[in-house]
Design a protein around this ligand. Sequence first.
Ligand code: ATP
Ligand code: MG
Length: 453
Amino acid sequence: MRLSRYFLPVLKEDPKEAQIVSHRLMLRAGMIKQQTAGIYSWLPMGFKVLRRIEQIVHEEQVRAGHIPMLMPTLQPADLWRESGRYDDYGEEMLRVKDRHQRDLLYGPTNEEMITDIFRSHVNSYKDLPLTLYHIQWKFRDEIRPRFGVMRGREFLMKDGYNFDLTKEAALHAYNRHLVSYLRSYERMGLQAIPMRADGGPIGGDYTHEFLVLAETGESEVFYDSAITDLSFGDRQIDYDDVAQCQSVLEEFTSRYARTDETHDEAAFHRIPEERRRSARGIEVGQIFYFGTKYSEPMGATVVGPDGSRVPVHMGSHGIGVSRLLGAIIEASHDDKGIIWPEGVTPFHVGIVNLKQGDGSTDGACEAIYAELKSRGLDPLYDDREERAGAKFATADLIGLPWRITVGPRGLASNKVEVTSRRSGDSVEMSPRDAVGRICDIYRPILGLPAPGS
Ligand code: ATP
Ligand code: MG
């Protein structure tokens, strides 16, 4: 993309309404525009990052054997009357009437609807296990929408639902979700720690929230610092292997890590003092096993091996897709702007032309731009008639992880500069090597072909 033809409405001044850095930077970098409290338009660059996050979530869910689909945002109230949640949900639910005076609601989540789909089409235990998911907008009429996309009223969520014959099989689905979530967050450049959360009215130990540590987080958390040394890395996992998934769960949940709702002072104090931490965190996902809570009242049963009908065991598993943009920025920025991790960056590399209109710099920039695109990368070429200082300020604000700077002085000796946004370090090299360097960085992330192949 050429910046002169893009739509990137950056703000010079800090917007007054933004209380936290991610909200401020998303507004300043022209990523979102608030339309009314907690409801945002996603401007092109914000939309691009949202799509990248969505894509990672899809890839990791499909890898785990989960099946994508799409349910509507509007739901009939009757389904929620069956589960008993229509009245329980309270003011957070946005209720609407259609022209025939039928009660609808803008879905805050989809347990009822997916259970309805299941009971309409699945009849035998032989069709299990089954895990369906979608990425769809949700609406919760939050009492205090704030912090930009972190606590919106309309927000994008991935929600997945597993259906299994037994509790054991459902817990394997739970473990698969835990593993796939660990992989997803790591690909986004985030450390999200699974913490034991509150099972709510259903109780039980089978729920974990994933938290990104950040001062601005809304949750209070307590953990053993040893847990922050864990990473999933690039290990291979067979999602059908029950023992393997269980061992990942054990590895990542054996250290003390809890939200304030389940915090246990006595257990916390058994951790050596130097490893005890209390901090704040942003909830970016939650997994949940809830047994037959919905299948029983809603009649989601299958014919079991012995011929009798049994309610299925279910769980639901959510990732806050739109909230993740805020969480990533909270975890990765400096005083000049955003620092995107390579896995989610809206553009892979910026090209800054220091002397727009100069034949040789324009030509070199065009060549680099074309070559990067032909190699499967998505560069942003700052070809505006602006001073170098303004171009650098924009580049720092929007936070592309890599920048290639092209100026007449360097070009005289066939050199351009490659700069890391994170470290600020610059290295001079030929335009050809610069393209090669950027491709090397993204090859494993994008699965690009090896050089010369
Ligand atoms: P919270 O405690 O933050 O209100 P929740 O526990 O009610 O969230 P879940 O039902 O677990 O939310 O939804 C799954 C995920 O969706 C959450 O982990 C979070 O990342 C995201 N999410 C929930 N509410 C919002 C919101 N108002 N705005 C943006 N993302 C949200
Ligand atoms: Mg939650």
